[in-house]
Design a protein around this ligand. Sequence first.
Ligand SMILES: Nc1ncnc2c1ncn2[C@@H]1O[C@H](COP(=O)(O)OP(=O)(O)O)[C@@H](O)[C@H]1O
Ligand SMILES: [Mg+2]
Length: 278
Amino acid sequence: MTLSGIAITMTDRGEALASPSSPASPPVVSVQGVDLTYGRGKSAKQVLSDISLDIGEGEFVVALGASGSGKTSLLRLLAGYERASAGRIDILDAAAGAPRPEVGVVFQHANLFPWLTIRRNAEFGLLMQRVGKRERERIAAETIAQVGLGDYGHYLPYQLSGGMKQRAAIARTLAADPRIVLMDEPFGALDAITREHLQSLVKSLWQQKRRTFFFITHDVDEALYLGTRIIVLNGSPARIGTDRPNPLSGEADSVTRLRQIPGYAAEREFLLASLESP
Ligand SMILES: Nc1ncnc2c1ncn2[C@@H]1O[C@H](COP(=O)(O)OP(=O)(O)O)[C@@H](O)[C@H]1O
Ligand SMILES: [Mg+2]
């Protein structure tokens, strides 16, 4: 079965799984031999070295790395906020270089406009794309309901808890229906219970929307729960030390359940060792 070009298979639990695009379809993100150096001359600092990564449509790629390893720098390159010093990045068949509506970004601290209600925040991307008022309001209301904030559309960001703000930020990004969603440690500042709720939310949104996700974390369990594929950044400057499918993908409906699965401990050990390798 295919749906807008994505191969869909049904598991025996009736859950639809998009397989990474077939070898024939071009990747939606293509990173080839990328270096990134900040600054010049004596103050130059190389952060990324020879990064190559192809991401197929519908994949959920999680990038793991220690703090300061260059994860945000890689995401900023994909978002078009930063230019590579060497190599090439193509996003949806065009060279990366500037932010664009097909690529949505969610950061650790909700990037909401403080003077706009949650509803108006969610409408913002659509307004930029000149979507009409009625359609904007319909999509915003639908997306806000999807993230569980149906009753809070008229609130201002300061009236929400940290977890609710992150839900609103996710709604704001997804309302514009980007084909690629980049998330930079979006739950890093939340308590454990809220984080678990939002992890499940992101997973179900990915399952419903079938967009391509690139998600950064330093949390191995979060990676094993969310990713269809996990990459690990190692060294300084960072390179991709590990890049492999996640064998536990789709095996549990929460991080707590994931921890009870046979095979979880071995995968966790493997990734922790990968994170610590030089
Ligand atoms: N704009 C910048 N100018 C100079 N150095 C930077 C800049 N942004 C990040 N860095 C440096 O690049 C390295 C990687 O940072 P970052 O990509 O934020 O890592 P991570 O997200 O994995 O914690 C760090 O040493 C950081 O100090
Ligand atoms: Mg970072």
